[in-house]
Design a protein around this ligand. Sequence first.
Ligand SMILES: CC(=O)N[C@@H](CCC[C@H](N)C(=O)O)C(=O)O
Length: 403
Amino acid sequence: MGDYNWNALFPEMVQWRRHLHMHPELSYEEHGTMSFVAEKLRSFGIEVREQVGDTGLIGVIRGTKPGKTVALRADMDALPIQDEKQCEYASQVPGVMHACGHDGHMAGLLAVARYFSERQDQLQGEIRFIFQPAEEVCPGGALKMIEAGALEGVDVIYGVHLWTPFPSGQLASAPGPLMASTDEFFIDIKGKGGHGGMPHMAVDSLLIGAQLVVQLQSIVSRNVNPLQPAVLTVGTFNSGSAQNIIAETSRITGTVRTFDDETRMLIKRRIYEVSQQLCALNDAEASIEYMMGYPTLVNHAGETERFFRVGRSVFGESHVVQTPPMMPAEDFAYYVQRIPGCFIFVGAGNESTGATYPHHHARFDIDESSMLNAARMLAALAEDYLAEAATETEGVINEHHVS
Ligand SMILES: CC(=O)N[C@@H](CCC[C@H](N)C(=O)O)C(=O)O
């Protein structure tokens, strides 16, 4: 790793990322993305299985000597956002945009694949490259990949998220709970439509919805223990068709983020109670759908320790920090529920490159040099894990010979 010229890979990584950025695809529609990634992996001489978990794929490099198996994961889907960036690589697909960095995750993992493809003769074990679809929608592509066998025979897994709230050059993680669980809710309010001039003959679902949006906010502020982290965000509120028509129906959707099951279930129960009772009070009906989403992402202590040790040796002590847990969610949680692993934030924010917008914003962009940090980190973790496993195996063989 030490003598490898990662910088030489950078221009190609930028090309890959920009191609993907210009051609974003929504969750489970990543057909072109899958073909692009598969074609690149094959051009490095890597064995590829396509259409795993619908639109995902897996690349495999087996070393010349047997050993443990390390999985490295990138996600592939884009978001339903209109790209507002003014640049040559802005999205060419109306209403769809890579606004969370998944394009950079793929470019970074392709670089790691290229690196190991050139070192197959030195590899003791296997590296599995998991490109998964649909990180942005529940129930999440990770589960489908796992059901399709992506983790079979895998000993450890690592993943990264390029992260603009952190400055480019910084890497961060934490042992234990790192990212929140996420649930989605959908509330349909049915009132009675009518004439805007005769409200007494109608049941105004828009007014009830407006009150419900405010009332839902009181769940976290009035029902949840203030010492437990919790977020309830109403993301959409749709109602009405014209200025003089009383809206018969309204729809409210949102997300719930927590770190413990008790708070999660409390919020779920209160959403039902508040919606049903407010509607009943106003002669309307509420129908509620609540979908339990990703669990809390819990990093494995030993593998996070490895991240700090290896990261500091590659990037320097001050560049690798511990972060407090945060409220976004990640279906990487499902992988580390099953096998040891670590999820890492790779700083991608940089004012001088315009990478200042939050994730899921219409002007979101990354400092592209962060992709190199992501690739070097993943490669170093895989190498360290396999080298340690090989040393342990040799130790056991030697002991066996001595006895
Ligand atoms: C890293 C990130 O932004 N993840 C998403 C995952 C969303 C899953 C699902 N659509 C949901 O909202 O529950 C996030 O919003 O945190």
